[in-house]
Design a protein around this ligand. Structure first.
Ligand code: AMP
Length: 203
């Protein structure tokens, strides 16, 4: 069993139209804080990203924000950033993504845009290539991720997902279910070949 000490959350840097998504961010953040699990995220202080961080801190949780220097003005403000208990400023997006990956024991995709999609899809590709076996959760709030989940099923049916058993994200339909789902997944023996189930190798 792998202990879950930190969870990386990918989500929109905007609020989106439907207020349930912002609320889901707050709820997930509180759930992490109450469980004593550190939030690792992209350090945005606006949108759903800001909601997750705020929820975590309100519940007394720890937050690591990781952001490339060029995005600080666009996605955050320095006053709010000062409240994070750890801030890592990277030179570029690649360093940011890798630092987020290495510091997290599990990954969650809340509703978001193209950046969110890119990040969670890359984590699934690394799972497919056996670079990690960390739990991956889609928070399918209001059915937000249904189109992507349908596409992934379609790819599987058409025989294009070559390591199907490795690409099995957990899908939950409300934010309260995310932390329990991650903790339950961590108690399963996900190691199929005796290698370290958390991180098999560096990318
Ligand atoms: P969005 O879902 O588009 O609002 O973006 C959510 C977060 O993903 C923001 O912090 C973006 O900076 C980040 N992001 C956007 N594009 C990428 C990318 N190619 N790789 C990693 N993160 C990205």
């Amino acid at each position: 069993m792998k202990t879950i000490e930190s969870v990386c959350v990918y989500c929109g840097s905007s609020n989106g139209r439907n207020a349930i998504h912002f609320q889901a961010g707050l709820t997930l953040g509180r759930g992490l804080g109450e469980a004593g699990i550190r939030l690792v995220y992209g350090a945005g202080t606006r949108g759903i990203m800001g909601a997750v961080a705020r929820g975590t801190m309100e519940a007394g949780g720890k937050v690591t924000g990781i952001i490339p220097r060029f995005l600080i003005r666009r996605e955050a403000n320095e006053v709010d950033l000062a409240e994070l208990d750890e801030l890592i400023v990277t030179d570029d997006m690649h360093q940011r993504k890798h630092a987020m990956f290495e510091r997290a024991d599990a990954f969650v995709a809340l509703p978001g845009g193209i950046g969110t999609l890119e990040e969670i899809v890359e984590i699934m590709t690394w799972a497919q290539l056996a670079r990690h076996e960390k739990p991956m959760v889609f928070a399918n709030v209001g059915g937000f991720w249904n189109p992507l989940l349908t596409l992934i099923d379609h790819m599987k049916q058409e025989g294009f997902v070559h390591s199907d058993h490795r690409v099995r994200p957990i899908v939950v339909d409300h934010a309260e279910a995310i932390v329990p789902a991650i903790l339950a997944a961590a108690t399963e023996d996900r190691s199929s070949n005796g290698e370290d189930p958390a991180v098999i190798d560096r990318m």
